[in-house]
Structures are given as structure tokens and as C-alpha cells.
Design a protein around this ligand. Structure first.
Ligand code: TRP
Ligand code: ZN
Length: 487
């Protein structure tokens, strides 16, 4: 799904490298052809491009994550057929990507980490492919014309290898567990289980067909389609997420689960699942998730998806992830503050997605502020009181040295992005007053539902709604590496 601005950036980058060594040489990729031969005169490029197209960029255009996502196309839909055997830790998959070209495309990449790729077809015809790092480079038998729809099918298999020991995230991606897998992929772990455009700037709809040994339950985003089908000792679960979703929010978590399904007070579907080790937490997870979804629907606007709920698995991640429709809690019974955080992400992060990772405070600052709002709503500490507490920590504290609006790629989930991000919102609320602040939260959601957002767009909307000039406030709170003194 389109991320107009980034597509333009990616195109500009490519034009700059045409005829030079470009992406293909730096990949060390021998199998693929370059769009324009070295040494061609600049004037030839347009004519050559019309004949041959040019290669899609290896990244979608996020300067902090240059190889994440890809250029040259826009995905509308993924069909993920996945068979997983927990005993052998073996995954075999067929991914069908429906996309639209955003340039004449001689070649393009998908992000995929590990696995052996058996076969790639484009529009049904065998395509050449090669591997280079996390890029699967696909050369279709003929150039795909700009703006045309095309279908890619990738057959792959192997032992999934999650991303391990990442600085502030530990292990993420497809994580094998004793009874299945715990699948939480933020920021770029979707590539550890399917080939795709692994960046939130290209959201798509998803169909899942997951086959596991009989007795294992497979959970994915959205809703189950039909009943699971068991044959020859294997069960296939079919799920569909019919709203646009970022790749990092997709999940195919598998294992033994106890389930509770029903509806929230206003009739939103509610689905909770817990590993048997957390049997005693199922009802509380279900009830709190329902109650909190109801409250956020009043504060932020209508719930954006087809169901709410949550999953507690026994993998001791110690963290939670806001997987679309199914937040996942890794090895702990979440308190209502954590549930409030993950469900707030359904609005901030899931329905409204960031186009580039440096805007992560738009997810984490908002979800953290939601915890403060939940505390205030329950009659516990007010947001003001929590803000004062956080503000009181001395000016040498780490969060004052880290400007949360400039999130760093190697320290993306720094505490400042969460805490100082939330403080930014509280400073804003104090400055513009409750009526404008809460109107802003609702309008922000309504205007960008299922879409993409950036920090400058938020600042502009805050100014429009409040009628105040706010660049000083945002500069001090988001972009300056020292403790703000006014707001
Ligand atoms: N977004 C998560 C949260 O704050 C944190 C997180 C980042 C995460 N990357 C992750 C959790 C990977 C699980 C896996 O709620
Ligand atoms: Zn979060």
C-alpha cells in the first residue's frame, strides 16, 4: 500500500545511481542484470529504461535502515502458506505477493533472512533470483511496466533463525519454542519467516494458511476463516487480516493454547489465548483487554480493527508486542498498564503507521502516555503527577541526553522514546488544554486511519487545532539533547 512520500525518495535515490555501480554491484550479486550498462551516455538512460526498466532499490528509503523494505513496487496483499514442524524446527512456506510497480521494473528485491529458496515465479513464469544478505533479488523474465499489477510466488524452506542479541531488543522474529513458535517481529524480523517488503511504510492485507501437527493451535492476525481442517495428523488454520498491516505486526504464533472468545460491552469481538502455564490469567486477560478497548474507543475514536484481545505465550521474552488485533505477552501475566499500552498501539502504531523509524515516538510515546491516562482514569496517579515524577529526575539522566524525535537506529527503543515521548504529550496537553488535546488525539486518528504519519504532520495538526505556535515546545521536547525547562 502506497507510501507516496517514500516512493518518491526511493526513486530519487535510484535516478542518482543509474549508470553508476548502483545497488547491484554493492550487493555482489552475480545473477542479476543491471538496468543500464556502465559507460552509457546519460541521454540514453530514458530510452534504455523504457525498454528494460531499472532495478528497484534495495531499501524503501528510510535513511536509518537503508536496506529495510524495497523500492519500485507497493504490496497490496500477502498470502502466507506456512507449514511448521516444532519438533524439527522446520518451516516450509509459499508466499504470494500481490504488488503494483511504481516504476518500470527490470528487477526487484524482497527481504528474506535465511531459508533455502526453491523457486520464484512472477506472473506465473519462472524468474531468476539470487541472495545477498537479507535481500532476495528477483529478475522476472520480462520487465514489469510502471503501475501494472504483478504477482510473485516464492517457495522456501529451512530452520527459521530469529534475530538474536540485538542491542535493546534481545531476540525477535520467528522464535521457535518447545511447543511451536512465538512470533514478534518489530522492527524488521518479518524477514525471518516470510519474504516481503519488510518496512512499515508499505502496509498490506494478509491471508494466512498455517499447517501444524494435530493438537497444536496456530494464531494469526484478524479473524479465523472457517474451521481448522485436520488431515493425516496435521491441522491447517486459516486467518485473515483485512485491514492494512505493517509487516512487523504480523504473527503466526503457534503452540498449545487455551482460548476464550466473546464480545466487549459495545460488541467488538474479543479473543484471548494463553499458554496452559498461564491458565489462571485467561479470564483476566480477556476482561481487561475488553474493558480497556472500550475505554480507548471513547478517548481515541472507534476501534480500528475487526477484533481485540491478546495472547500470553510461555516464551520468556519479558516484553510485549502490539501485533495487530492480537498483542502478545512473552512469558508474563501482563498488568492492566501493559495491556493499556499494547491496546493503545492498535490506534497509535497499527492503524496509524510511521513512515520511518525515527518517528517511533509517535508509537511508543503515545502508548506510554496512554498508560498514564489509564492510571488517571482509574483514579490512581494522574498523568500530571507521573509527569512531575519523571521530570524530577536530575538533569544528568539518560533521557535528557537522548532527543526522542531523533531515534537512533542502533538504539531505537531507548527509554527516552517512551518516557520523554510521553512527557512531550503531557507538556503539549498542559500548553493547549484538555479540550484541544483530546480533540487532537481523535482528529489525528480520524485523519490517518489505516494510513501513515510523520512528526511534522502531528506538529502541524496540533497547531491547527490549538491555534498556537508550538515549534518551540516540540523542538525542546523532541529534538534537543537536554532537559527542557519551559513548555
Ligand atoms: N513495541 C514494543 C512495545 O513497546 C516493544 C518491542 C520492540 C518489541 N520490538 C519488539 C516487543 C520485538 C517484542 C518483540 O510495546
Ligand atoms: Zn510500545
Amino acid at each position: 500500500m502506497a507510501s507516496g512520500r517514500l516512493a518518491v525518495v526511493a526513486t530519487a535515490v535510484l535516478i542518482g545511481t543509474i549508470g553508476a555501480t548502483g545497488c547491484s554491484a554493492s550487493r555482489g550479486d552475480s545473477g542479476a542484470t543491471t538496468a543500464v550498462a556502465d559507460g552509457s551516455a546519460p541521454g540514453d538512460e530514458v530510452a534504455v529504461e523504457q525498454h528494460q526498466g531499472r532495478a528497484g532499490a534495495a531499501g524503501i528509503g528510510d535513511p536509518d535502515f537503508p536496506n529495510d523494505g524495497n523500492g519500485g513496487y507497493d504490496v497490496g496483499h500477502y498470502r502466507l502458506k506456512i507449514e511448521y514442524d516444532p519438533e524439527r524446527k522446520h518451516l516450509s512456506g509459499v508466499t504470494t505477493v500481490e504488488a503494483k510497480a511504481t516504476q518500470n521494473l527490470s528487477r526487484f528485491d524482497l527481504d528474506l533472512s535465511g531459508f533455502t529458496v526453491g523457486k520464484v515465479t512472477v506472473n506465473g513464469a519462472a524468474a531468476r533470483f539470487s541472495r545477498s544478505g537479507d535481500e532476495l533479488v528477483v529478475t522476472p523474465s520480462r520487465t514489469i511496466p510502471d503501475r501494472s499489477a504483478f504477482t510473485v510466488e516464492v517457495t522456501y524452506a529451512g530452520q527459521p533463525k530469529p534475530v538474536r542479541n540485538s542491542p535493546n531488543l534481545g531476540t525477535y522474529g520467528f522464535i521457535p519454542t518447545s511447543d511451536g513458535a512465538f512470533v514478534t517481529s518489530e522492527p524488521n524480523g518479518a524477514r525471518t519467516w516470510f519474504p516481503g517488503n519488510d518496512h512499515p511504510a508499505d502496509k498490506a492485507r494478509y491471508d494466512f494458511e498455517i499447517t501444524v501437527p494435530e493438537g497444536v493451535t496456530a494464531l494469526a492476525n484478524g479473524e479465523q476463516v472457517g474451521s481448522p481442517v485436520t488431515q493425516g495428523g496435521k491441522t491447517t488454520y486459516t486467518w485473515r487480516e483485512s485491514h492494512p498491516m505493517a509487516s512487523y505486526l504480523a504473527t503466526v504464533t503457534m503452540g498449545r493454547f487455551e482460548l476464550r472468545e466473546g464480545k466487549t460491552a459495545s460488541g467488538i469481538k474479543n479473543f484471548a489465548a494463553v499458554d496452559p502455564r498461564y491458565s489462571g490469567s485467561l479470564n483476566e486477560l480477556y476482561n481487561q483487554s475488553g474493558r480497556i478497548t472500550e475505554y480507548w474507543s471513547k478517548v481515541f475514536g472507534p476501534y480500528p480493527f475487526s477484533s481485540t484481545g491478546g495472547v500470553i505465550d510461555d516464551f520468556p521474552a519479558g516484553y510485549a508486542l502490539e501485533n495487530q488485533t492480537k498483542p502478545m505477552y512473552g512469558g508474563f501475566n501482563p498488568g492492566d498498564d501493559v495491556i493499556a499500552h499494547e491496546l493503545a498501539h492498535q490506534w497509535f502504531g497499527d492503524s496509524l503507521s510511521i513512515r520511518r523509524w525515527k518517528d517511533l515516538w509517535l508509537n511508543e510515546g503515545f502508548a506510554t502516555y496512554a498508560e498514564w491516562l489509564w492510571s488517571e482514569h482509574k483514579g490512581n496517579a494522574s498523568a500530571e503527577r507521573i509527569f512531575r515524577n519523571r521530570y524530577a529526575v536530575d538533569s544528568g539522566a539518560a533521557i535528557w541526553k537522548y532527543a526522542p524525535g531523533r531515534a537512533k537506529p542502533d538504539d531505537l527503543f531507548n527509554d527516552s522514546v517512551y518516557t520523554r515521548g510521553a512527557m512531550t504529550l503531557h507538556a503539549l496537553r498542559q500548553r493547549i488544554g484538555d479540550p484541544a488535546f483530546f480533540k487532537l488525539l481523535k482528529t489525528w486518528n480520524a485523519e490517518h486511519r489505516y494510513g501513515y504519519v510523520t512528526t511534522p504532520e502531528f506538529v502541524a495538526l496540533a497547531e491547527r487545532i490549538s491555534g498556537k505556535q508550538l515549534d518551540g515546545l516540540f523542538d525542546a521536547w523532541l529534538f534537543t539533547a537536554k532537559k527542557p525547562t519551559t513548555w
